[in-house]
Design a protein around this ligand. Sequence first.
Ligand code: TYD
Length: 206
Amino acid sequence: MKKGYFITFEGADGSGKTTQLNMLKTYLIEQGFDVVTTREPGAMETGKEIRNILLNNETSISEKCEMFLFLADRANHVEMFIEPNLSAGKIILCDRHTDSTIAYQGYGRGRDIKLLKELNDIAVGNIEPDLTLLYDVSAETAMERVGKEKDRMEASGAEFHKRVREGYLELQKENPERIKIINADNSINEVFEDTKKVINKLLQES
Ligand code: TYD
């Protein structure tokens, strides 16, 4: 059976990871790979409704509700999209996954990280990314890129986003094999060169 790959894209709001994901999709398709792209939250039909609740700036929700909604979206996404596409041998490029919950709800909001890891495990079962690209960006660059129109998460403040970034770097230290850091302060093309290097290594090794 052809082996699929599950590759996740992580980083702060404004890190430019979505642009890189789309560039990588085109590049891999040109090389003849079978690629699908997706994201959390909000890839599936029900996920779109969950996403609206999570990111809507005009309504407030409790932090616990926020946590469960991200996890509910993930559980549905893994079962309905990730697992079948992996079994079909596709390369899945996924914009955010489990590490976002640890970085944002754990380090950002200050919720219990051990508990969040257990809840993530329940949501994903035995699915783990083959590779995670972490786009690390300075707070200044990130704020410039996000601009003035902020969603509910982006509007959580500078201190919150500083903790999120530190959380991601901590996660990378804990999982150096899976998570590769990419300096996202560089130009789009430089960042893409770094992205390709990491991906080509993964595809050549397997
Ligand atoms: P989105 O518009 O997809 O942002 P981005 O383009 O930066 O990925 O919004 C997703 C937001 O939700 C983003 O601020 C990160 C946050 N988030 C969490 O807080 N926890 C999670 O588990 C996930 C998946 C996302």
